[in-house]
Design a protein around this ligand. Sequence first.
Ligand SMILES: NC(=O)C1=CN([C@@H]2O[C@H](COP(=O)(O)OP(=O)(O)OC[C@H]3O[C@@H](n4cnc5c(N)ncnc54)[C@H](OP(=O)(O)O)[C@@H]3O)[C@@H](O)[C@H]2O)C=CC1
Ligand SMILES: O=C(O)CCC(=O)C(=O)O
Length: 383
Amino acid sequence: MRLDDLSHADAWGPEKIVTVSDTRTGMRGVLVIDNTARGMGKGGTRMGPALTVTEVARLARVMTWKWAAVDLFFGGAKAGVRFDPASADKEAVLRAFARALSSEVPEEYVFGLDMGLTEHDAAVIQDELGARGAAVGSPSEVGGVPYDQWGVTGYGVAEAVDEAVRRDGADLHGARVVVQGFGAVGAAAAERLHELGARVVAVSTAEGALHAPDGLDVPALLQARSQWGDALVHHVDGSRPLAAGEELTLPADVLIPAARQDVVDVAAARDLSASVVVEGANLALTPKAQAVLAERGVSVVPDFIANAGGVVAAAYAMEARSSVFPVEPGPIRAAVSERLRANTLHVLEEAARGALTSHEAARHLAERRVRTAMEIRGRVRSS
Ligand SMILES: NC(=O)C1=CN([C@@H]2O[C@H](COP(=O)(O)OP(=O)(O)OC[C@H]3O[C@@H](n4cnc5c(N)ncnc54)[C@H](OP(=O)(O)O)[C@@H]3O)[C@@H](O)[C@H]2O)C=CC1
Ligand SMILES: O=C(O)CCC(=O)C(=O)O
């Protein structure tokens, strides 16, 4: 998908791209509504200093497939702000962003969490919107469902890993796992995998990676993350430091890229040793890398199958808006586990049956549902 001309628009979307800016705060942002055949636009909100419209549009498309694959009725959308999330002016910029989009938001988009945003930021956006719209992912103290803090997405990624490993006839006990990105998704995935008996041998942040072939002390890493944030890699003993990126090709049984898009390219796909690769991050594998891994017989669980825990939690959060009773993480995790395990198995089986990549198999599942909704609404002719 390219956004330097109109060639990016295809049969699915995007239906709308709105760019906004504000000179007082320096806010520059974008909302992409990709496809609303199955419901109003819903997807997280990303903040980063180098964010582009194309990046947000690609992420919005992933959301279209994600909602459809998990069979919940929202449409694909994503929003993004080009700004440094570590800046002291973050709140003012977020408020300006929410205000600037307030005419689109009530009918078309629900804000949520993605890289660069926290529970507190969701609460700030909701505060700015008032009754004019919704933001999910806010703290439970304001009646929200703090899915990043509860680690729902990472929990689901780990459940998908377990399902894929079992399908290969193996066992997670003692399996060597590498996790790229020790943020909301990566840290929670590592925590659940440790609980399931896996050996987490490497984790990384943008600052660097930690490697211990016999297994890192995951509880100590989580403790260090709560104390040092992503600088934890400088504060944990008993591991070998590596440059960021080197962790992808370490000896491992399972690789979970849970940071940024396009990190596994053809070269990494050829070199990596894992027999199971599960995309914690959206768009972590390039299309060519997907093909290489399929050729090599690696079991790959695509992003919109493996990391759909966030959307399940976001759907619960939307329900919680009309209830005064607090939501608990237990039922959300159970729903995530059930749906993601079923989808993981379905996609891997379909890929094997049809000699497809698992991304192709997953797309078939999602496209069929979106296409049906488009036909029923009269947006396209019935095939
Ligand atoms: N949060 C959610 O519920 C969902 C998130 N996702 C996707 O998961 C991915 C991660 O999101 P999330 O965990 O929320 O984001 P966070 O911002 O919480 O964490 C991202 C992590 O990745 C690290 N990182 C960034 N660049 C690199 C790099 N080059 N090498 C290694 N590590 C790196 C960051 O380190 P540092 O801070 O040092 O930069 C940080 O530890 C994104 O692709 C997001 O779209 C998908 C579904 C839902
Ligand atoms: O929709 C949300 O609020 C969170 C989920 C999300 O953005 C994603 O899955 O990438």
